[in-house]
Design a binder for this molecule. Structure first.
Ligand SMILES: Cc1cc2nc3c(=O)[nH]c(=O)nc-3n(C[C@H](O)[C@H](O)[C@H](O)COP(=O)(O)O)c2cc1C
Length: 164
C-alpha cells in the first residue's frame, strides 16, 4: 500500500518516530514516503492510500502548519486508514489530552491508531529561548527522555492491523 507519513518536529523526536514507523511499514512491504509537513510545498494527499501524521507538542500545542495540512485534507483523511500521534515530554493522561486537542474530532474518531509516544528534550541542542522556557516552565535543565518504544510499537501494530 502507498502510505504517507507526515511529521512536524523541531529537534528530531517526532521525526525519529516518523522514521521508525516508516522503516517498519517498509519491512512489511509497503511503499512509504516520509514528509515534513512544515515545509513548502506540502505534499498532496489524494495520491496516498493510507496516512500517519504526528508532531511534537510545544506549550500544549501541535505545530500550526501540520494542523493546517490536516484540516485542509480532513475529508480525504477520514476515508483512508489513519494513524495519529504526538510526541511530548508528558506521558499518560496528559499526553492523551494533547493528542485529543491536536487533531479534528472527526479524525480522532476515525483513526485506527492513536499514539502518545513520549519525547526527548536536550537543552544543549536548543535555541536559547526554548532552553529558557523549558527550564522556567517545565523545570528541565538536563536531557530528559520519555520516549516510549513500546507505545510506538503498539501504535504501529494497530495501524498495520487496520491495513489488513
Ligand atoms: C519550549 C518548549 C515547550 C515545550 N512544551 C511542552 C509541553 O507543553 N508539554 C510537554 O509535554 N512537552 C513540552 N515540551 C517538550 C517537547 O514536546 C519534547 O521535547 C518533544 O519530544 C520535542 O519533539 P521534537 O524534537 O520533534 O520537536 C516542550 C519543549 C520545549 C523546548
Amino acid at each position: 500500500m502507498k502510505i504517507l507519513v507526515g511529521f512536524a518536529s523541531k529537534y528530531g523526536a517526532a521525526k525519529g518516530a516518523a522514521q521508525t514507523i516508516a522503516a517498519t511499514l517498509k519491512e512489511k512491504g509497503h511503499h512509504v514516503q516520509v514528509f515534513n509537513l512544515t515545509t513548502t510545498p506540502q505534499p498532496l494527499a489524494d495520491e496516498w492510500e493510507a496516512f500517519i501524521v504526528g508532531g511534537s507538542i510545544y506549550a500544549g500545542q501541535i505545530n500550526g502548519k501540520l494542523r493546517g495540512w490536516v484540516e485542509k485534507n480532513e475529508t480525504l483523511l477520514a476515508t483512508r486508514p489513519l494513524g495519529l500521534f504526538v510526541t511530548s515530554l508528558a506521558a499518560g493522561e496528559k499526553a492523551l489530552v494533547y493528542l485529543e486537542s491536536s487533531y479534528p474530532p472527526s479524525l480522532l474518531a476515525h483513526a485506527q491508531a492513536k499514539g502518545v509516544t513520549g519525547g526527548i528534550a536536550d537543552p544543549e541542542k536548543m535555541k536559547w529561548l526554548d532552553r529558557f522556557i523549558l527550564k522556567k516552565v517545565a523545570k528541565v535543565s538536563q536531557t530528559k527522555d520519555t520516549r516510549d518504544p513500546e507505545a510506538l510499537r503498539v501504535f504501529i501494530d494497530s495501524f498495520l492491523k487496520a491495513l489488513s
